[in-house]
Design a protein around this ligand. Structure first.
Ligand code: SF4
Ligand code: SF4
Length: 228
């Protein structure tokens, strides 16, 4: 028997009918609800069931990546024909740390503050066992608001940031094209927009002076005096 991958915490099987065919009708409900997006169902053509003689749907292929499954069992709950069996691994996964609750040094807020270094070491060791995306998913599902801390390039690659159009591209005369953050507040009646890159020092001085009524000669004189 092959050794079990360390992150495999559940077991999964598709149930079969009396004729030995899988019960799955290929409806894709499990694929759509799976928060980890680890199920792929290829729906087949409808045909008669050898077991019942009734016409029913079939699935031509069903894959489930147990290494990324969080064993939430939503797929089991949503399946209309009870086609999925999912069991949690009997041993506790490495990310559960109820043992910390029994430790007096972490029993109260005052104690946790006092032993912050030790607590951080425990949490860091545990957090390192799973990918960041998995923690964000699990914590949010448990009602703990959290999100990833991104590097700048990851911020702009985030689908939500792209969806909100939080970054806009501007052209800088010296640095070329680059992206900057757009206005955080979107006002419907007075919408703001980023129209250019941050100007160089004095880049618009002549333009502003001309708008204020200075003639080209006046501006040239101001430049000559070193006033602008
Ligand atoms: S148990 Fe949850 S995460 Fe795993 S395949 Fe089913 S729906 Fe997806
Ligand atoms: S929800 Fe059930 S019947 Fe539908 S595709 Fe998934 S396993 Fe098959």
């Amino acid at each position: 028997m092959r050794p079990r991958a360390p992150r495999l915490r559940g077991s999964f099987a598709l149930t079969k009918d009396a004729a030995g065919d899988e019960n799955c009708i290929g409806c894709k409900k499990c694929e759509r609800i799976c928060p980890s997006e680890v199920i792929t169902v290829v729906t087949g053509k409808k045909r008669e069931s050898p077991a019942t003689g009734q016409k029913r749907g079939w699935c031509d292929d069903f894959t489930l990546d147990l290494t990324a499954c969080i064993v939430c069992e939503l797929c089991v709950q949503v399946c209309p024909v009870d086609a999925i069996l999912m069991c949690r691994a009997p041993t506790k996964p490495g990310f559960e740390r109820e043992d910390l609750l029994a430790r007096p040094e972490f029993a109260s807020n005052a104690n946790r503050a006092k032993h912050r270094t030790a607590l951080n070491a425990e949490l860091n060791a545990t957090l390192a066992r799973r990918a960041r995306a998995e923690w964000v998913e699990m914590l949010n599902r448990a009602g703990v608001p959290c999100g990833p801390i991104y590097s700048v390039d990851q911020v702009f690659a985030d689908p939500q940031v792209a969806h909100l159009r939080a970054a806009v591209e501007v052209e800088h005369p010296r640095l070329g094209k680059f992206r900057v953050l757009d206005q955080a507040a979107r006002l419907s009646r007075t919408p703001a927009a980023i129209v250019s890159a941050t100007p160089e020092i004095g880049q618009h001085t002549d333009e502003v002076l001309a708008e204020l009524g200075y003639s080209a000669a006046d501006i040239a004189a101001l430049h000559a005096k070193g006033a602008v």
